[in-house]
Ligand binder design. Structure first.
Ligand SMILES: [Zn+2]
Length: 161
């Protein structure tokens, strides 16, 4: 468990917890094996890496011992984007692409387009489900969770003074 020093740390974590559980519920509804047990995570990984032909989803560099796959939430699990922890939203990429994607500041669509991967992503997300509209709704809920927790904690601390 990480240590929290800033109000934002806990608010960001709570957003991720919400999107994690929203994803488990979403997968359950669709009949996918929710990505919470090691077995299900491995099952998903095998399917995803096979779909990606054992290469980084974004740059097509083959994975190896020196280039290990890193899990990526295509729609980022952030309050701005509301991406869920679910089958259709998780693929694997290399370290370089993971870092590059972060620089796009949450504009995941622009990143996919820059890598010519929108069509491949649609094939994957239509197979396993990833509802962009729902993610947008979740983003609004996340902003509320973030703001309410932040206010709650600041008020609690103020009461100590
Ligand atoms: Zn890559």
């Amino acid at each position: 468990m990480p240590l929290f020093y800033n109000y934002g740390d806990l608010s960001n974590t709570s957003v991720r917890v919400f999107l994690y559980h929203a994803g488990l519920a979403y997968d359950q509804r669709l009949g996918n094996q929710p990505l919470k047990s090691k077995g299900n995570v491995n099952l998903h990984k095998v399917q995803a890496l096979s779909f990606q032909r054992e290469c980084c989803f974004y740059c097509n560099t083959p994975f190896s011992d020196a280039n290990k796959p890193e899990r990526d939430h295509v729609i980022p699990m952030k309050k701005e984007t509301g991406g869920m922890h679910c089958w259709g939203n998780v693929l694997y990429c290399c370290r370089t692409c993971n870092v590059d994607k972060d620089k796009f500041a949450g504009d995941w669509k622009e990143f996919l387009i820059s890598k010519s991967k929108m069509e491949d992503y649609k094939i994957w997300s239509e197979k396993y489900g990833n509802d962009e509209e729902l993610s947008n709704i979740h983003a609004e809920e996340c902003k509320q969770i973030y703001s309410e927790l932040d206010t709650y904690m600041r008020n609690k601390v103020r009461d100590l003074l």
